[in-house]
Design a protein around this ligand. Structure first.
Ligand SMILES: C[S@@+](CC[C@H](N)C(=O)[O-])C[C@H]1O[C@@H](n2cnc3c(N)ncnc32)[C@H](O)[C@@H]1O
Length: 221
């Protein structure tokens, strides 16, 4: 099924023994300049995970309101001084990764190496509405599992991991009777008290795994 996580509730799929949500972008995306994900390659500023739908970042930047872009940069890139950057991007919307890179470098000076990934990440999350898709996936998860089934998510930054952590923790918290205060049985068991990270060897052979965080739950049978 070729679909966005945001469509999961509407797809009416059967239920599963194992669900693994491997979030974020994939290496082929990053390595293909025509997809516009990398500030290291010149290419059209697209940033869509699924280029068969929606509009590229360049088209959205040409029509977005300054306030909405500021909010996206603040929320998804945790960027200070986002209003100024939003103003710069809207005054002359970049159409290629090189143009976006140049605007960010002019704006941020010596802090560019740190800020470039944050700006590209923020715009990618915004273009794909990634956090809303993740929220929908997480809300669907409990219904998508068979009894005894397991679900796990690999997230790649704190905005994703925070959501995954809270939802999985809530699902595995025993319900408390409001009158007696007695604890009931939780419908899920948390499989990872702390997120599992790649070990040093894995990061050495696959540097892109360095920020991966895996969390999982099991549905009671
Ligand atoms: C880290 S990669 C997974 C790679 C895959 N496990 C493999 O081994 O090839 C993440 C993938 O999830 C997809 N993805 C990200 N957000 C999505 C969403 N909201 N809905 C559907 N797919 C999404 C991306 O397009 C990307 O291909």
């Amino acid at each position: 099924v070729h679909a966005n996580f945001a469509e999961l509730p509407r797809l009416q799929l059967s239920t599963f023994d194992v669900i693994l949500a491997d979030l974020g972008l994939s290496s082929p995306h990053l390595d293909d300049p025509t997809r516009g994900f990398s500030f290291r390659h010149d290419g059209p500023l697209d940033l869509r995970l699924d280029a068969s739908r929606g509009e590229p970042a360049s088209a959205l930047l040409a029509k977005v309101e300054q306030e909405a872009l500021t909010l996206a940069l603040q929320r998804y890139g945790e960027l200070r001084y986002a209003p100024k950057l939003a103003q710069i991007l809207i005054a002359k919307p970049p159409t290629t990764t090189t143009e976006l890179r140049a605007r960010v470098v002019d704006w941020s000076g010596w802090r560019a190496p740190q800020l470039l990934p944050q700006v590209f990440q923020a715009l990618r999350i915004w273009v794909n509405d990634e956090l809303r898709a993740l929220d929908t996936l997480l809300a669907w998860l409990p219904t998508g599992l068979n009894p005894g089934g397991r679900a796990a998510c690999i997230s790649f930054h704190s905005l994703e991991d925070r959501r995954v952590k809270h939802v999985l923790r809530d699902l595995s918290a025993p319900p408390i009777d409001p009158l007696t205060g007695k604890r009931g049985y939780a419908p899920f068991t948390l499989l990872t008290k702390h997120a599992i990270r790649p070990n040093d060897d894995e990061v050495k052979t696959n540097p892109r795994s360095r920020s991966a965080l895996l969390r999982g739950i099991m549905k009671s049978s």
